[in-house]
Each structure stands twice: as structure tokens, then as C-alpha cells.
Design a protein around this ligand. Structure first.
Ligand code: ADP
Length: 224
């Protein structure tokens, strides 16, 4: 993998951190966090890099709903705490799980983190791909290089008969990547072990490193 730090304006924003890359999506629920986790693990395990993982998905937590809080989160002060208030040590790469969406919060977060690059996650569904395009446009607007697109939940292989079903549509990410001049970094299937891995705190890249899905994450990480 190549280093992107030279491309980030003024270099990454956290002392001791080589590159900061964002894992982003135009909408929630497409597997952004799952991708962030597995890419981070793959970078550390397969490429022997010192990797940090930052959960900046400040909208993801359900606490505000559960606590009946309506005030907007103080994004930037929280971001400051998460970045400069943490002793990250020397890292080759910090993987940031971004909040889903393409609004002002994401835009200013991208600028303030001085991202070296952004990886966009989408399902093959048209509605997700439309938002992935918005994400690509947002990063281009603030001159953040787009590392590529990961298609998640691309197909489901029946564990009983082996038949492949394209539940969310077929080939959509490839087409979008071509149209938007982005690399397609990988196609990750919809698979039970990916979901259970996430739920059990054992990402598939660790729990089943030889599986084709784990290898798909490793290949995507290699291209980052
Ligand atoms: P996001 O961060 O985009 O909101 P998550 O990574 O939290 O999405 O994924 C949403 C749900 O879908 C989680 O329960 C996760 O385990 C599951 N999931 C994500 N990717 C896959 C996949 N490829 N196969 C099966 N389940 C997946």
C-alpha cells in the first residue's frame, strides 16, 4: 500500500499519526462499521502496520433516543476529545468510522481531520449508491482523495445449495465506481459469519482468516 500523507493538506492532524483514513457511507446500515473493523484488522495483521480505530459515528449510538435527548451533539468538541484527547502513540494509520451521511458535520469532520483518503462503503442497492455518489462528491469538494468503493452485501450464497442470490441487485457498485472514476476495492458477500463475527467482537478477518470473505477484506486493505 502506498502512503497518502503527502496528499493530505498540511499532513494529518494528530501528532504521531501517519495517515488518517475515513470509512464513510452515504447512508446508515450498509456495513460501514463492519468494513472499518475488518479493514483495520487486516491492515494490522496482514500488513504489520500500527493501526488505530476511531469510532466517530456520533449519530450511531442509540443513547440519545433512549435518554430522550434532543440537543444536537457537539460534534467538533467531541471530535477534538477523540483525536487530541487520546494517547494514540505512534500510528502508521488511523482508521476512522465516520458518521453516515454527507452533511455539514461529515464535511467539516473531513476537513478538520485532514484525511489522507476516504473509502466509501455501499450496498449494491440503487438508493445506497446514489448516496455513495454524494459521499464521493463531498470528499472531492474538500480535496480528500477517494481510495475506492467497497460493495458490501453484494451477494448471498446459500449455505445449503450454494446458489448465489443478488438480494440488493447485481453489478451496481462496479458501474457506479466506473462512472465516478473510483476503484472498486472489493465485493463483500452477505454472510452469516460476518454478522456473527461483528456481534461477538471477533471480526471475520481474525476468526476465519482463510475464508473468502476475510480474504476479500484483506485484498481491499491492500489497495488502500
Ligand atoms: P453501518 O456502520 O453502515 O451502520 P454496520 O457495520 O453496523 O453498518 O452493519 C449493520 C448490520 O449489518 C450489523 O448487524 C452487521 O453485523 C451486519 N452486516 C454488515 N455487513 C454484513 C455482511 N457483509 N454480511 C452479514 N451481515 C453484515
Amino acid at each position: 500500500r502506498r502512503s497518502y500523507s503527502a496528499l493530505a493538506k498540511g499532513g494529518p492532524s494528530i501528532a504521531g499519526v501517519g495517515d488518517i483514513i475515513a470509512i464513510a457511507s452515504g447512508k446508515g446500515g450498509v456495513g460501514k462499521s463492519t468494513t472499518a473493523v475488518n479493514i483495520a484488522v487486516a491492515l494490522a495483521k496482514e500488513f504489520k502496520l500500527k493501526v488505530g480505530l476511531l469510532d466517530a459515528d456520533i449519530y450511531g449510538p442509540s443513547i440519545p433516543t433512549m435518554m430522550n435527548l434532543h440537543a444536537k451533539p457537539e460534534v467538533m468538541s467531541a471530535l477534538e476529545k477523540m483525536t487530541r484527547g487520546v494517547a494514540w502513540g505512534n500510528l502508521d494509520i488511523l482508521v476512522v468510522d465516520m458518521p453516515p451521511g454527507t452533511g455539514d458535520a461529515q464535511l467539516s469532520m473531513s476537513q478538520r481531520l485532514r484525511l489522507s483518503g476516504a473509502l466509501i462503503v455501499s450496498t449494491p442497492q440503487d438508493i445506497a449508491l446514489i448516496d455513495a455518489r454524494r459521499g464521493a462528491n463531498m470528499f472531492r469538494k474538500v480535496q480528500v482523495p477517494i481510495l475506492g468503493l467497497v460493495e458490501n452485501m453484494s451477494c448471498f450464497k446459500c449455505p445449503k445449495c450454494g446458489e448465489e442470490s443478488y438480494i440488493f441487485g447485481e453489478g451496481g457498485a462496479k458501474k457506479t465506481a466506473e462512472e465516478m472514476d473510483m476503484k472498486l476495492l472489493g465485493e463483500i458477500p452477505l454472510e452469516i459469519s460476518i454478522r456473527t463475527g461483528s456481534d461477538e467482537g471477533k471480526p471475520i478477518v481474525i476468526s476465519s482468516p482463510d475464508s473468502s470473505s476475510a480474504q476479500a477484506y484483506v485484498h481491499a486493505a491492500e489497495k488502500v
